[in-house]
Design a protein. Structure first.
Length: 266
């Protein structure tokens, strides 16, 4: 297993989580075999322990943009607002335009500012403060927590699942972002026409609960390095992809040098 990069989707060495070794070598499903191979190549971790509200805010800021754009926005928000007072109370009463200006580097800043403010308002109204919201995310029934998060403006399945994983420490949660969605369908781990929820259901059914967290983060790293949307490594040669023997290459034609969305093959 390689050393974890200092900066990556999991937050790097300072991003929380505990390095863990999981049994591999005798997987029950091909999806588990893929996750085992990714864990051996990248990292294996057990996640949880992040503060729920900052985790929620960080994930909202990451929507439809890159870490390069969203991380400075999150850092600016924390520097400006995460002081001695309760962060939920602060964000629930912050001026919208001021917050939008603070997070401008994340893109869609007006929409994201509104989502953050309304989420904070709901947290204050329902839970009282950020600490109580933390307790709800960590100790509540995962399905109930997920449903409550999905009721918040700007919170979709991926955002809710990231909060459950990184703050709640819930096993069996496999968040699906654009990389995971593409790779699972391309490799044949989910149906070619599966939507994000279909991919999540397929992966969570086929991957042991304890391996879902690092399966998510390692698959994203793999998507960035090898299985990119337009030019996956296998278009250069099958030897260029470390998981070529596990992949159905749905929508990918190495001989023709072309790659299309898996849904276009159905």
């Amino acid at each position: 297993m390689a050393d974890e990069p200092a900066a990556n989707v999991s937050g790097g060495s300072d991003g929380g989580g505990i390095d863990t070794r999981f049994a591999s070598g005798d997987p029950d499903t091909r999806a588990e075999a893929v996750v085992d191979a990714l864990g051996d190549r990248y990292w294996q971790k057990t996640y949880g322990g992040r503060d729920a509200l900052p985790c929620l805010v960080r994930t909202i800021l990451s929507q439809n943009t890159t870490d390069t754009a969203s991380q400075p926005a999150f850092d600016a928000l924390v520097e400006r607002y995460d002081g001695d007072d309760d962060l939920a109370a602060t964000l629930a009463t912050v001026d919208h335009d001021e917050l939008a200006d603070t997070i401008a580097s994340a893109g869609l800043y007006n929409q994201k500012a509104r989502a953050i403010i309304e989420a904070a308002e709901e947290i204050v109204a329902e839970f009282g403060d950020a600490d109580a919201f933390d307790a709800f995310v960590r100790e509540g029934d995962p399905a109930t927590v997920r449903d409550r998060l999905l009721d918040m403006r700007g919170v979709g399945p991926k955002t809710a699942d990231c909060v459950l994983l990184f703050a709640g420490g819930q096993n069996g949660v496999f968040p699906v972002d654009t990389h995971v969605h593409r790779i699972a369908r391309r490799m044949g781990l989910a149906p070619p026409d599966a939507d994000h929820e279909g991919v999540r259901a397929a992966l969570e059914a086929a991957v042991p609960e304890a391996k879902c967290g690092f399966g998510h983060t390692a698959m994203i790293q793999f998507g960035r390095e090898f299985c990119t949307a337009r030019k996956p490594a296998c278009l250069d040669s099958l030897d260029a992809c470390p998981l070529a023997d596990q992949c159905d290459r749905v929508g990918v034609d190495p001989d023709a040098g072309t790659s299309v969305d898996p849904t276009e093959t159905t």
